[in-house]
Design a protein around this ligand. Structure first.
Ligand code: GLC
Ligand code: GLC
Length: 818
């Protein structure tokens, strides 16, 4: 069953009924000011940091779902008894005669018709601005003229979203607003240390306003039935403490057939610390730098121009890489939605979505590094500065803070460090960046440790420390010690917590000298292979030899202690017992080491890679994707930690944890098995799963972190959509390994591994300043193997495309087969 359809031409997903199983959200904004918006206008806005600079409130975990949003009410002023509705369905949930929501690239429109009044609202954030626009267009489809009231409302958050949701003894007394010339200003704490405020206004003359929530809603009413809207007038209330809101009232008279547009603006503004007040000495906000901006965006032509600019920006991004394959789901995800999701993971890591409250987590170190893998070609400059920000949170030991706060860019002390895989992901991200851009100079950038001035060292030095960090922490089997956890945050082998509520991520009861990770060993090899080439270029043969030697030793350790006979083991626990082995009663086989070890090149020659992937196919693969491990843990294991805290089939306890599936796709592609790789790709492809939306339940246009596993009673149900490393890794798997156009240090490796029944495909891609039109021909219906490559009609040697940064356009033909 579907709840809408894809409109690929407009790069939109069209939701055709408001009552989706979960709020289906979209992200607004791509620079500093952001918003989350659902298909019924729920969601919130923030500046840079969803926790520390929150503009509007949202009710988490609420009944009904999805309360708090950008709410407009329309009221029939001619009706004999109060008659009003929400054109976005929520919050009044009045039945709509027509409804359609279009989620596009960085914008959302919602349109509905109720008793002949058509309302169309376009929500977006102009490039370069810290404000959002709600452009409302009303059409009177009635045969007669109509008097309408329009109310628009937001509920302000008192900036720190965590404090806002908990510290009522203070917060009920600090709220302050100001209203001047039709603009509502939210200025809580502006009197003291803040130099920023929010504002809410529109393009029309206001009939009235409210800024006090109780005056607007009534103490025992919700947003579904504000007393002021029922009554049809606002009371010009000024909030003193309690809950400041912004509510605006406009009246309009529409002739039959008349169309009218109204622009609402919600924004964030900063004043220089010395110029907060005007006149100085008062408590009145200095509005001199803001008012010109407001005047500008109150004009429809300006709004339309801003939207067009926004469209051009997104087209430019998407045009960086476009494909035409025989499969619509592949085309749609690669060309549109996977990129949209990559933008979101780049901007928010795992911090703010419908499932991430925006108050719990900052930017993850391993997460953001992985998110870069699919992002480096989109906005290389931004990728570069993100890499340098991440590296600056690395610790002198080579370890890293697990998270950092986007506003301050400082490592987050609450979670600290000690996740022993973290530093290796930095090497991976830097390598991906150089392979894409050819910008070796980034290695010379001086970057501090732990943001401490004076501690600067070259980025190359940071990478060296990352690898040394692993080598200095080896356990009894010469495998890397796992620390608090590795990629699997829930495999907490040093935790041993028996106290309710203790954090699995930060409690370490054991000294950590025994539990080891095969996954980190494989990841080490994978990134050390890149480091060999980096070191060769920077320092020459000796340095490269050292890494080759370390790789060899790590490989030996894996073959000695990490191979279980038919697949790779996952780890050793604090008692020295294997995890992910036939010997185990539960959790006998894990996906992560099968993917990582094969990607690192283990077992390619001797058939063990094939054995491991066969074991995956046999034991872990399901129609809904590949499970994390099997069997799931049926009870809590003190020696394993959070992984066994989840009921079997959910989250890290044996769900389809989508992030890991592309590792197997890549591994299959490395073995030349294009059909298997592609089959796995399609199983979790959200567009492909659209037809089972009633099972999947999350948005059909973006990947979710997990799909409930075979042991769960909701097998196939997705959760935690949008913010997941799945976005970057699937993008990598499909574009670089299956379609096989893969940036390497030397150039672009053309090595497709596609389903045999494909006749070929084409890709348009920007690479190091050049434009490439690549056509892959598959006349003999093979999966892999390049017979010849022609560039502008001339055959080149081999299949590595080495191009100068010339700004040229090249036509590249790749023939597979004999
Ligand atoms: C979450 C975390 C990520 C981790 C994964 C597996 O997605 O953000 O860092 O690797 O879970 O535990
Ligand atoms: C929980 C989640 C995991 C996440 C971790 C850190 O353990 O299951 O996915 O990575 O929290 O926030």
């Amino acid at each position: 069953m579907r709840y809408g359809y894809f409109d690929d031409e407009h790069r939109e997903y069209v939701v055709t009924r408001p009552d989706t199983p979960l709020p289906w959200i979209n992200f607004l904004g791509c620079e500093d000011y952001f918003g989350i918006i659902s298909n019924t206008a729920g969601g919130y806005s923030f500046f840079k940091d969803a926790r520390l600079r929150r503009l509007t409130r949202y009710r988490y975990n609420n009944a009904p779902l999805d309360v708090g949003g950008r709410y407009i009410y329309l009221r029939d002023d001619d009706a004999p008894s109060p008659s009003y509705w929400s054109p976005t369905w929520q919050p009044t949930r009045t039945p709509l005669d027509e409804y359609e929501c279009r989620h596009g690239m960085g914008y959302t429109t919602i349109q509905s018709v109720v008793r002949g009044i058509k309302a169309h609202i376009r929500y977006f954030i102009p490039l370069g601005e810290s404000l959002e626009i709600w452009e409302l267009t009303l059409t009177n489809q009635r045969p007669q003229e109509t008097n309408l009231s329009i109310f628009a409302s937001v509920e302000f958050c008192l900036w720190d979203a965590m404090d806002d949701a908990t510290n009522f003894q203070r917060n009920y007394s600090v709220g302050e607003v100001e209203v001047q010339e039709g603009v509502i200003y939210h200025k809580t704490e502006y009197r003291e240390r803040r130099n920023h405020f929010a504002y809410f206004t529109c393009s029309e003359q206001l009939i009235g306003f409210d800024t006090d929530r109780e005056a607007f809603l009534g103490a025992y009413h919700g947003f579904d039935a504000p007393v002021a809207v029922e009554r049809g007038t606002l009371s010009n209330s000024i909030a003193h403490g309690w809950q400041p809101v912004g509510a605006q009232h406009i009246r309009t008279h529409l002739q039959a057939g008349e169309v009218k547009s109204i622009i609402f603006l919600l924004g964030y503004h900063e004043n220089p610390v010395g110029h907060k007040f005007d006149p100085s000495g008062t408590q009145t906000i200095d509005k001199r730098t803001l008012l010109p901006l407001i005047r500008r965006y109150r004009q429809l032509v300006e709004v339309q121009a801003a939207f067009e600019k926004h469209q051009v920006y997104w087209s430019g991004l998407l045009d960086k890489l476009q494909v035409h394959t025989p499969d619509v789901h592949t085309n749609r995800m690669v060309n549109i939605w996977n990129v949209c999701q990559l933008m979101a993971t780049f901007n928010f890591s795992r911090s703010a979505s419908y499932f991430e409250s925006g108050i719990g987590r900052g930017m993850g170190f391993r997460d953001s590094n992985q998110d870069l893998l699919g992002f480096v070609h989109l906005l290389p400059e931004q990728a570069r500065s993100r890499i340098l920000d991440l590296a600056a949170t690395q610790l002198p030991t080579g370890g890293a803070y697990h998270q950092y706060q986007p506003l301050t860019k400082r490592g987050n002390n609450e979670i600290g460090s000690g996740f022993n895989d973290d530093p290796l992901w930095l090497v991976f991200a830097v390598a991906a960046y150089i392979k894409e851009t050819g910008d070796w100079d980034i290695l010379d950038e001086l970057v501090p440790y732990d943001n401490a001035p004076g501690s600067e060292e070259s980025l190359y030095g940071h990478l060296q420390r990352s690898l040394r960090y692993t080598l200095e922490r080896l356990g009894p089997h010469n495998l890397p010690l796992i620390g608090r956890a590795d990629w699997n945050d829930c495999l907490n082998l040093n935790c041993f917590s028996d106290t309710p509520g203790q954090s699995f991520q930060t409690t370490t009861i054991k000294d950590g000298k025994v539990a080891e990770s095969v996954f980190i060993a494989a990841l080490f090899i994978l990134v050390a292979r890149d480091m060999v080439q980096i070191a060769l270029k920077r320092e020459g043969d000796r340095a490269a030899q050292n890494y080759l030697h370390a790789i060899e030793q790590m490989e030996n350790a894996i073959w000695q202690a990490g191979w279980d006979g038919a697949w790779f083991r996952r780890a050793y626990d604090d008692l020295g017992q294997p995890v992910g082995s036939q010997e185990c009663r539960e959790g006998q086989i894990y996906i992560e080491p099968q993917g990582m070890c094969v990607m690192a090149g283990l077992g390619l020659a001797d058939g063990n890679a094939r054995r491991a992937l066969d074991a995956v196919a046999e034991r872990l693969a399901t129609p809904h994707g590949i499970l994390l491990h099997q069997p799931g843990y049926t009870h809590y294991y003190l020696n394993l930690g959070e992984i066994s805290s989840y009921p079997p089939g959910y989250k890290e306890n044996g769900s389809v944890f989508c992030h890991t599936n592309p590792w197997i796709m890549i591994a299959e592609a490395m073995l030349g098995n294009g059909s298997a790789a592609y089959d796995y790709y399609l199983r979790i492809n959200p567009s492909k799963r659209e037809e089972i939306s009633e099972v999947h339940r999350c948005e059909p246009y973006v990947y979710a972190q997990m799909i409930a596993g075979r042991e769960a009673s909701t097998f196939g149900e997705a959760k935690n959509s949008w913010l997941t490393g799945t976005a970057a890794w699937n993008y990598l798997a499909i574009t670089q390994w299956i379609l096989g156009v893969r940036p390497e240090f030397a150039g672009l490796n053309l090595d497709p591994c596609i389903p045999q029944d494909w006749d070929g495909y084409s890709m348009q891609r920007t690479y190091r300043g050049n434009r490439l039109n690549i056509t892959v021909h598959n006349p003999h219906h093979v999966s892999r193997g390049v017979a010849k490559v022609e560039v502008d009609g001339r055959q080149i040697e081999g299949n590595m495309l080495v191009l100068e940064r010339s700004g040229g356009t090249y036509s590249v033909d790749v023939w597979l087969g004999r």
